[in-house]
Design a protein around this ligand. Structure first.
Ligand SMILES: Nc1ncnc2c1ncn2[C@@H]1O[C@H](COP(=O)(O)OP(=O)(O)OP(=O)(O)O)[C@@H](O)[C@H]1O
Ligand SMILES: [Mg+2]
Length: 261
């Protein structure tokens, strides 16, 4: 069965989608079969992967019970569009609403080694579905004042999912994203997170750069657009693969890093 990793944050714009886009590619380059699930009605991840906006069915159809997860896979992505907002509303009134994604993904679990789920910018029913479907939760945090507060709120939702429907959910870590470690406030965000979450905080951070917005707009990865910046996500991928105990894949990502033999 695939390992499922939900990427979430309490607030919007912390770099979740950008992280899922690049971790998916790095894990694939490491030889893993990876499915990326867009669980945000904004459809940013689908656009970043350059999935045809007309692709059908989508995750909205899967959660509404109109399609299987397997039918909704397009180029190893299950895309989302605004119909997901409607599906979420319909889902809210149903029994077992928190379990819908988990049940749906069982159908593709044998086809993949890893499934990344990109959560929307709210800790609502869709994010709860992701946490109930997941083996691991990865928190994304922007390197800003109040970073800690956002992480603590997201952790409470992880605890809720654990206490009720998914006791095996593991907290994989916190990624400090969109960071400018030359500034005092990014360094302070890192230090205060480290103080509170200890070694759950990933050692590697992702540098802030306008190149990410350009890369998203053109639907090409940062590895192709700015390989010099791409090393950040490769290092994060390596760190995560180590935590996941996927050593073969970790070695392959390490070999892609500059300076590797
Ligand atoms: N390392 C970075 N440096 C600068 N800008 C970044 C970086 N990573 C992402 N961005 C930009 O910040 C914005 C938010 O990123 P992204 O969409 O990945 O965040 P998100 O958490 O998925 O947002 P949402 O909560 O709306 O889904 C985008 O314009 C993106 O291009
Ligand atoms: Mg997003």
């Amino acid at each position: 069965m695939a390992l499922t990793i939900a990427v979430l944050s309490q607030k919007g714009g912390t770099g979740k989608t950008t992280a899922v886009r690049h971790l998916t590619e790095a894990f694939r380059d490491a030889g893993l079969r990876v499915l990326a699930v867009d669980l945000d009605p904004q459809g940013n991840l689908s656009d970043y992967f350059d999935i045809d906006p007309e692709a059908d069915p989508t995750i909205g159809d899967v959660l509404s019970g109109r399609a299987t997860a397997a039918d909704a896979v397009h180029d190893d992505v299950i895309p989302a569009n605004l119909s997901l907002a409607e599906a979420e509303l319909t889902l809210a009134g149903k029994l077992g609403r928190e379990l819908t994604l988990r049940k749906a993904l069982i159908g593709v679990g044998e086809d993949y080694d890893v499934i990344f789920v990109d959560c929307p910018p709210a800790l609502g029913l869709l994010t709860v579905n992701a946490l109930v479907a997941a083996d691991h939760a990865l928190l994304s945090s922007e390197a800003q004042y109040f970073a800690l507060q956002g992480v603590e709120q997201a952790l409470e939702v992880i605890e809720l999912a654990r206490d009720s429907l998914n006791p095996d959910l593991n907290w994989l870590g916190v990624l400090l994203n969109i960071a400018d470690m030359r500034t005092v406030h990014s360094r302070e965000a890192f230090e205060s997170l480290q103080e509170h979450v200890g070694d759950k905080l990933l050692v590697h951070t992702v540098r802030q750069s306008i190149a990410y917005a350009e890369s998203a707009e053109r639907a090409i990865s940062i590895y192709d657009h700015r390989p010099d910046l791409g090393t950040d996500y490769l290092q994060v991928a390596e760190e995560l693969l180590r935590r996941l105990g996927l050593d073969d894949a970790r070695g392959k990502v390490a070999a892609l890093l500059p300076g590797a033999a």
